[in-house]
Write a protein that binds this ligand. Structure first.
Ligand code: SIN
Ligand code: MN
Length: 207
């Protein structure tokens, strides 16, 4: 799909370990929690937390962005510098992302086909980094019923949903267990997968 970009093995092993270290500190300050579906209250199979000025949350009241953690009520920790640098390099935008969602997939977790459309700005791309076990990512079109393709996302891969693909349907079919050794038992993350997704939420200022 036009505007979709898959940078395979973009982040070196050394950078992945440094990023994991930053994320473990974030998770200490802003622990993972289990979001629930609007209306039904059904729990997600992924756990989530955020960093940055705005975090994406979901509960019975709906999907939204907010400045504080829904369980601790504390402001989200800042986005690590390495992620901000990555945003600037790959998007060429001078204005930073406002949201950085961290998804934790145990090996049995998945994410249904959806669009990222809770933002007010769709000209900025969605940038997302994979760490740990590989995932089978499904990319569709602008309509739920459009044809889809399966793409394997490995630790260190970066994808961008930009241009026409900004609002493409996407999801995670499954995690491939034992496909990476990056996330160990010591991290208490169940040797699964982390996905770190940055987005612009409010309109970009005209410059
Ligand atoms: C998401 O769409 O929020 C996550 C995608 C991924 O885990 O790669
Ligand atoms: Mn998404």
């Amino acid at each position: 799909m036009e505007g979709f970009c898959h940078h395979k093995a973009y982040i070196t092993k050394r950078q992945q370990l440094a990023l994991l270290d930053d994320l473990l500190k974030i998770i200490k300050a802003a622990p993972f929690y289990t979001p629930t579906m609007p209306k039904t209250g059904r729990p997600f199979s992924v756990q989530e937390t955020n960093c940055g000025p705005l975090g994406w949350v979901s509960d019975k009241k709906g999907y939204r962005y907010q400045a504080t953690h829904p369980v601790t009520n504390a402001p989200w920790p800042p986005i690590p510098k390495s992620m901000l640098d990555l945003w600037q390099t790959l998007t060429s935008l001078s204005q930073p992302p406002e949201a950085c969602l961290i998804n934790h997939y145990k090996n049995t977790a998945k994410m249904g086909l959806h669009q990222d459309k809770d933002e007010d700005e769709f000209t900025a791309p969605v940038l997302s980094v994979s760490l740990g076990n590989s995932a089978k990512f499904r990319l569709g079109g602008l309509k739920r019923a459009d044809k889809t393709q399966s793409i394997e996302l490995k630790s260190g891969d970066v994808i961008l949903l930009g241009g026409p693909s900004r609002l493409a349907f996407h999801g995670i079919d499954r995690i491939i267990k034992d496909s990476s050794t990056l996330i160990t038992d010591q991290t208490n993350l169940d040797a699964g997968r982390l996905n770190i997704t940055m987005r612009r939420v409010t309109k970009l200022a005209k410059v």
